[in-house]
Design a protein around this ligand. Structure first.
Ligand code: PLP
Length: 420
């Protein structure tokens, strides 16, 4: 059981002689002492290794390709920088993510700009930044882009059309995006109409099509179906096949590996897409989730049925439980494994502020450190100031060295935007 638990932490995580976690060579007690809690710990080596596994794996199977990191999963400058250094393109879904990506060193030509409600200001930002591809999600995007390009004589903008193929993967409905009735993209008949319009445009260059059917997908079928759906739309230079591969959050989860996912995707592409086409993929969750660990300190233990173990963070730094009922495992970081089930809760004023229900913790006491693995995706991104919570630092660990890449918010930060 202890091995299984350690298997959820970044590869290379080990126990010291006292049974305490050591992440990327860094003892958890030292990390908590240095940066305080709560803190989001990232094994930088594991993050970079995952990026290389994706990039090398896709290139080996389909050389004319690129992995584009869906940065909504972890939009922090240091993550943009690391993944850009590993050769990835970047998917952004707002002017804010675009700003962060450029600050993190992303090459604008490798940016793919998304959004179901991109404002004219954001489209202008993307065009002026030199974004390689803008993904058209609706007919207003086309109208707005035509106007923006008309003001910039001689400029041309590459675009993709986002297709909604009416595929419903087996995942939480909040993160399912490819079904009919989704707010994202265009159903096949409308997509054909948009393609026809764009083929007639002399300012917008239609490079291809895009499809993304959802997130935390645990089998390869929906990805294969999505490839078949976009293949039926015609011959293009670029097919962006989206992201969505699931992460392994719990013992029970068994998502396809990156290799299994790429095998399925590229096998499907080989049968259906033009051999000369360029394939893009946009992994987010599966790129960063498993490199992250949240560290908390126990504030109080309330014995009873259930026993509540309340820590110094919660839904301010991890909304995944409240939004999608995501299950997380956890352990006392200095006494790993064992123990009886408790309700691990946060400090926020909602009964739904739960980090993990029924998770075994060994003899948890106030002051103990708690580690929650697989928190590297959509936790930092969804961090908030509920109850005046100061958002936690992000700490990169590698080969026994650690550094904060984002500092903890201060109470002063909470006041900074108030004008009156
Ligand atoms: C267009 C698009 N691409 C990629 C992703 C990344 O998905 P995931 O984090 O599940 O890999 C998303 C996530 O919602 C998305 O909307």
């Amino acid at each position: 059981m202890q091995d299984q638990l350690i298997g959820l932490f970044p590869p290379g995580t080990e126990l010291d002689d006292d049974g305490a976690l050591v992440i990327a060579g860094c003892p958890v007690a030292e990390l908590a002492e240095t940066y305080g809690t709560p803190a989001l710990i990232v094994d930088e080596g594991a993050l970079r290794a995952r990026a290389r596994a994706y990039a090398d794996g896709l290139a080996a199977r389909w050389p004319n390709s690129r992995v584009t990191f869906a940065s909504k999963a972890f939009p922090c400058t240091a993550v943009y920088r690391a993944l850009t250094e590993e050769g990835l393109g970047i998917d952004v879904a707002s002017g804010g993510e675009l700003t962060l990506a450029v600050a993190g060193g992303a090459d604008p030509a490798g940016l793919v700009v998304h959004g179901n409600a991109k404002t004219s200001e954001e489209l202008r930002m993307a065009v002026d930044a030199g974004a390689g591809l803008i993904v058209v999600d609706n007919f207003d995007d086309i109208d707005r882009l035509e106007l923006i390009l008309a003001e910039r004589p001689g400029r041309e903008q590459g675009v993709l059309v986002r297709v909604t193929p009416d595929i419903r993967p087996d995942t939480h409905e909040a993160v399912s995006t490819g079904q009919a009735g989704s707010k994202f993209g265009l159903l096949l008949p409308e997509a054909r109409e948009a393609i026809a319009r764009l083929r007639g445009s002399d300012r917008l260059r239609l490079d291809g099509v895009h499809v993304h059917v959802g997130s935390q997908i645990m089998d390869t079928k929906p990805f294969e179906q999505a490839v078949e759906a976009v293949a039926g739309l015609g011959t293009f230079d670029v097919y962006d096949l989206g992201g969505g591969l699931g992460a392994r959050y719990t013992y029970r989860d068994s998502p396809p590996s990156v290799d299994e996912y790429l095998d399925a995707l590229v096998d499907s592409a080989r049968g259906t897409l033009p051999a000369a086409a360029r394939i893009l993929i946009e992994p987010g969750r599966s790129m960063t989730a498993e490199a992250g660990v949240s560290l908390y300190r126990v504030v109080t233990v309330k014995h009873g049925r259930p026993t509540f173990v309340a820590v110094d963070g919660g839904m301010g730094d991890n909304l995944e439980v409240s939004l999608y009922q995501q299950r997380f495992e956890a352990t006392v970081a200095t006494r790993v494994g064992g123990g009886g089930p408790v309700r691990l809760v946060g400090r926020h004023c909602e009964s739904g502020d739960v980090l993990s229900a029924g998770v075994p913790l060994r003899d948890p006491r106030p002051g103990d450190l708690i580690a929650v693995p697989v928190t590297g995706a959509y936790t930092y991104a969804l961090g908030n100031n509920y109850n005046g919570a100061r958002r936690p630092p992000v700490v990169f660990c590698r080969d026994g060295r650690h550094r904060a890449v984002v500092r903890r918010e201060t109470y002063g930060d909470l006041l900074r935007r108030d004008l009156d």
